[in-house]
Structures are given as structure tokens and as C-alpha cells.
Ligand binder design. Structure first.
Ligand code: BGC
Length: 435
């Protein structure tokens, strides 16, 4: 980062992570993985998926339901073998209506699952049966490939009556209420696992999957799982990693969240929270008179922000930072900001985004060290999610940080985007199970 103006130097110190700190995080992550696998106390749940690698030869039409933290997507996917597929139909809807007409993130289980079933109805107009893979982006205790109960909500969702419940039973009941008995849920999997399966369907060497979006998580193919003899995809629930020290802003984000103390890493790096970190930084700098010539800011400036705000701010490369100017105008600061202010906003957004990418890369190094301590083999990490896809510089910083931590061995690790992997992966999972 170029020389920062004095108000931001302190901020830089709060968000900076040295190579030594990152290496320590990688080592701790690896240790927590081992503890979780052995059933010892760990912030990493290491949840079994009961799924192993696809062959790439899976064929046929399957339904997929992709329930993330923000949207629900339903897909009818035709798998063509040879790692190829075609999407025959698709529906998508936000979980909370932007106009405020409904909000399934805070209601009751019956309504939420009714909404999920409704998305599938139009895609299953034939007689069926339609086999369905359900990608569910929350931590689940699985006892088999199709039986999983939600451990707890993350990403601030609070729909009642789902935690502790069997998700396939909830969905099956909702399908039956709508007369959709010809849709048969056969696999339930985490979105990190479905992303990895979609990638492995096309590129069998991919052994790590990750989500850098509204939430954050990573999974990998465990060669020697404690739950069976075949290699198995393990959902690390990486976002809950707790052996990482946050700063004063992280503490505020955590205290104000639905579940203080949980999801420590996710609250430092995912799209659901980095906007809030940015908002708190702005509030702090403004309160200390370090922005806007010391004048108080419009309360509008402190409206909630999200990852998309940061992406917009970081993407502004115009000499006068015109996009940032518009962003500030829209938040009640028209005529009250200088180029220095705009540049300070950009630096603050950059510090937050870079820390996020560096933390994520350190955990990838931890997973690689677990799988292959000397990184003798080639590995590929398939990543999906808005941060990885859209945050300027994010993917590059992950690559650079891996090189910082692994040296030349980073050349054996390919990190790549698997867009919309979770829906396709859920269809592949349904195919592997119903084969
Ligand atoms: C959830 C994970 C999920 C991740 C990405 C986290 O909040 O706990 O299960 O994979 O978000 O969607």
C-alpha cells in the first residue's frame, strides 16, 4: 500500500497481518483441523458429507436447490458426462424481498420451506421422479448423505424452528404440502462441498473448495476420514475458526451480531460483515474529526454497507475518484468531501478487503499443509462467491499471499473461480447418490 496519510496509519496497523502472523494462523488452522477430525475440542467442526469424488461420467437430469444466505436458486441440470452439463431451467428469488413484501430469514420454518418448494414447482412439470440435490449453506450435523440437522444458523439468519431439525424432512413435508411428491430429495450438502463437487466433476484434480461470498467456508477431500474407508469431502466450517485475534472494530461487529463469539473468522472476512467493518471505521474516523475537515457527517453516511459498496469503492480508479464521490453524495455528503477524504475511504476499504483475502489464504495454506505438508503434489482450490469474483484485487491477493507463505511450492497450487458451482454440484451429488 502506498504511503498513507497519518489518520490511516493507525488503521493500517490494526488491519495489517505480517507474514509471520499469517504463517502462525496457517499452523493453528491445521492444528484445529486435526483436533476437529479426532473429535477433540476445536473451533473447526470438520463435518462429514458422506460424499466422495464424482467420476465425471454422471449423466441424466437432476434438480438442484441452492439455499444460500441471500438468495434461493432452483435449477434443472442435465449432466452430459465427460464433466459437461446443461442448465435446462432456472429460478431464483431473494430470501427477503427488497420491497419488504416478505422476509423468510426471520419468519417460521414452515413458510421458509414452503417458499423453497415453490421455487422447484415450475421446474418439475413432468411425471418424474425428479431426484434433487440440496445445497444448504449452513453448518449441518450429517448422519448420512441425505440426513442432516442444522447445527445453528449463521449470517444473521434467524428463522425459527429450523435449528436442530432434519432439513430433508422439513423440505419433504413442504413438497408434500404442495403436491410435489414426485420430487425426491436424495442428497443434502454444504455449499462449499457442492462447489467442490461441481469443480471435481470437470477437473478431477480439484481437492479443495471454498466460498468467499456472503459467508465464508472451505472444504476438502479427506483421504483418511474417521467415518469410513473411502476418501470423503469434509466441510471444515472454516468461518468459525476462532484462533485469530481481531481488532476493536471486529469486537464491535461481534458484539452487535446475532451470535456473539461464533463465526469469528467469518466476521473478519466475509461479505456479510466487511461492509459493517467499513461502516464502523468510517464512523470512528469521522467521530475523531479525521475526515471531512473535521465536520460532523450526515447520519446517512452510516447507513449499512455491504461487500458491494467496498467493491465499488475499490474499483474506482479515476483520478478524482468519481464513483466514490457519487457514493458519498448519495449518502448525504454532497459538496462536503475532498479528494483526500475519498482517497481515505478507498484506503480504508482496501485495508479491510486485503486483510480478508490474506486471512483466507492463510487458512488455505493450513488445509494444504494438512493434506500434503511439503506440498509435493499438485492441488487445485475451486472458489465461488461474490468477494472472490467481484472484489477488485481479491483473487490476486489470495495468490500473492499463498506465494508469500509457500514460496516456490505455491506454483503447485491453482486457485480458480467456479461460478455458480453450488447448484451444479448439488445436481452432481444427486446423480452420484441415485446412481
Ligand atoms: C456457513 C457455511 C457456509 C458459508 C458460505 C457460513 O456462514 O456456516 O456452512 O458454507 O457460510 O455460504
Amino acid at each position: 500500500m502506498p504511503d498513507l496519510p497519518p489518520p490511516l496509519r493507525q488503521l493500517q496497523a490494526e488491519f495489517a497481518l505480517s507474514t509471520g502472523q499469517l504463517a502462525a494462523i496457517a499452523a493453528l488452522f491445521r492444528r484445529e483441523m486435526a483436533a476437529g477430525l479426532e473429535g477433540r475440542t476445536s473451533s473447526l467442526a470438520m463435518l462429514p458429507s458422506y460424499l466422495t469424488c464424482p467420476t465425471g461420467l454422471e449423466q441424466g437430469a437432476y434438480l438442484a436447490l441452492d439455499f444460500g444466505g441471500t438468495n434461493v436458486r432452483a435449477l434443472l441440470v442435465e449432466l452430459l458426462g465427460d464433466g459437461r452439463y446443461r442448465v435446462l431451467g432456472r429460478r431464483s428469488a431473494p430470501l427477503a424481498d427488497p420491497e419488504g413484501a416478505y422476509d423468510f430469514t426471520a419468519g417460521a420454518a414452515r413458510d421458509l420451506f414452503g417458499f423453497l418448494a415453490a421455487q422447484l414447482a415450475d421446474l418439475a412439470e413432468g411425471e418424474g421422479p425428479y431426484f434433487l440435490g440440496h445445497s444448504f449453506s449452513f453448518p449441518c450435523r450429517q448422519t448420512g448423505v441425505n440426513s442432516a440437522s442444522l447445527i445453528q444458523w449463521t449470517k444473521e439468519i434467524k428463522t425459527a424452528g429450523v435449528e436442530g431439525q432434519d432439513l430433508t424432512s422439513l423440505l419433504t413435508a413442504a413438497l408434500q404440502r404442495r403436491g410435489l411428491d414426485h420430487i425426491r430429495p436424495v442428497a443434502l450438502l454444504n455449499d462449499s462441498v457442492s462447489t467442490l463437487i461441481a469443480a471435481a466433476y470437470r477437473e478431477p484434480r480439484t481437492d479443495i473448495g471454498s466460498i468467499c461470498g456472503t459467508g465464508h467456508n472451505t472444504c476438502y477431500l479427506e483421504p483418511a476420514p474417521p467415518w469410513g474407508r473411502q476418501p470423503m469431502y469434509i466441510n471444515i466450517e472454516a468461518g468459525n475458526f476462532a484462533k485469530v485475534d481481531g481488532n476493536s472494530y471486529d469486537a464491535l461487529v461481534d458484539q452487535a451480531s446475532e451470535k456473539p463469539g461464533a463465526a469469528r473468522l467469518e466476521k473478519m472476512c466475509s461479505g456479510r460483515y466487511i461492509g459493517e467493518l467499513f461502516r464502523l471505521v468510517l464512523q470512528d474516523l469521522t467521530g475523531r474529526g479525521l475526515l471531512f475537515a473535521g465536520a460532523p457527517a450526515s447520519p446517512e453516511l452510516f447507513r449499512p454497507s455491504d461487500g458491494a459498496d467496498l467493491a465499488l469503492i475499490l474499483g474506482d480508479e479515476s483520478p478524482e475518484l468519481e464513483q466514490i464521490a457519487l457514493w458519498l453524495d448519495d449518502r448525504g455528503q454532497a459538496g462536503r468531501h475532498s479528494l483526500d477524504d475519498r482517497s481515505a475511504l478507498r484506503s480504508a476499504a482496501s485495508l479491510i478487503a486485503i486483510r480478508s483475502a490474506r486471512l483466507v489464504a492463510a487458512t488455505y495454506a493450513g488445509v494444504l499443509q494438512h493434506l500434503d505438508p511439503a506440498v509435493h503434489r499438485d492441488h487445485a482450490i475451486a472458489v465461488d462467491g461474490s468477494l472472490y469474483e467481484k472484489m477488485p484485487g481479491y483473487a490476486r491477493v489470495i495468490g500473492l499471499t499463498l506465494a508469500e507463505l509457500l514460496g516456490d511450492r505455491a506454483g503447485r497450487v491453482r486457485v480458480y473461480l467456479t461460478k455458480d458451482g453450488s447448484g451444479v454440484g448439488a445436481a452432481v451429488a444427486a446423480a452420484t447418490v441415485s446412481r
